[in-house]
Ligand binder design. Structure first.
Ligand SMILES: Nc1ncnc2c1ncn2[C@@H]1O[C@H](COP(=O)(O)OP(=O)(O)OP(=O)(O)O)[C@@H](O)[C@H]1O
Length: 254
């Protein structure tokens, strides 16, 4: 399903956090959300899955106002991978990934072959199938991140929202995870800080600053030297990569 955000505003008390944002992502495509710390990326992701309520404006999934979609349907359709998700309960890796199946199961329904297949497939996709029995608390930061992504994949969502999914991952797993997301037949919105990874894996980008969209379009249209200096305060050299054909950014110190 496509995602459309139409003139959405969100505030905490008198503080405007998301200010009249409009964006859209076509079915099966990946939108990268960029912007400095505190620019509103996580807040926007939470509005898209109705974890927060918009003050004004509309979020649409496949053309339907999300405010009119039942909570159960939202839980089945949208998976959110947040930053720094944690738990104090003693759980194994497979227990965490099985949570992704919860929205698909009725209160009395037993665990099905389909549930097992979805969990195993998700664990395999993130390369954690051999760790199914390990206690989640004993995993490294990057391994935990991969397990949370597996939980989201086990949900078999039609929309996937990820808040800095490459945090804690080594470079091989950063490339693997973003490569995996870009190949899924799922509409995805991914908040990222690494502009080069965003250029490599996203179909389109939107840059937020102080809760507003200040640039949107293809990576080549958005990631200009002028934009990077204006929004991030960093001088950069942008060129087309001879390796992958997308834009490549080199930063200049000082
Ligand atoms: N419930 C809240 N009450 C007060 N301020 C909030 C609330 N939620 C978010 N904010 C503020 O809104 C701004 C945007 O926060 P948000 O987490 O969306 O930014 P972000 O772009 O995801 O940042 P980062 O890149 O650091 O993760 C921040 O200044 C944050 O402190």
């Amino acid at each position: 399903m496509s995602i459309a955000v139409d003139n959405v505003t969100f505030a905490a008390g008198n503080t405007l956090i998301v200010n009249g944002i409009s964006l859209s992502v076509e079915k099966g495509k990946v939108l990268g959300l960029l912007g400095p710390n505190g620019s509103g990326k996580s807040s926007l992701l939470r509005l898209i899955c109705r974890l927060r309520k918009v003050r004004s404006g509309v979020v649409r999934l496949g053309g339907s106002d999300i405010a009119l979609i039942s909570r159960g349907d939202i839980a089945r359709r949208i998976a959110l991978v947040e930053q720094q998700a944690t738990t104090d309960t003693q759980v194994t890796v497979i227990d965490v990934v099985r949570l992704g199946r919860t929205p698909h199961r009725g209160p009395l329904s037993s665990w099905s072959v389909r549930d097992d297949a979805a969990v195993l497939d998700a664990l395999t996709r993130v390369g954690m199938q051999d760790r199914a029995g390990q206690l989640w608390q004993t995993l490294s930061g990057g391994e935990r991140q991969r397990v949370h992504i597996a939980r989201a994949l086990a949900q078999t969502p039609s929309e996937l929202l990820l808040d800095e999914p490459t945090n804690h991952l080594d470079i091989q797993h950063q490339l693997d995870i973003l490569g995996l997301i870009s190949k899924l037949d799922v509409t995805s919105v991914v908040a990222l800080h690494d502009l080069n990874l965003a250029a490599m894996f996203c179909d389109s980008l939107a840059v937020l600053q102080k809760g507003e969209v200040v640039a949107a379009g293809s990576p080549e249209e958005v990631l200009t030297q002028e934009l990077i200096e204006r929004v991030f305060g960093v001088r950069a050299h942008v060129q087309k990569s001879s390796v992958h054909g997308r834009c490549n950014i080199q930063y200049m110190a000082g």
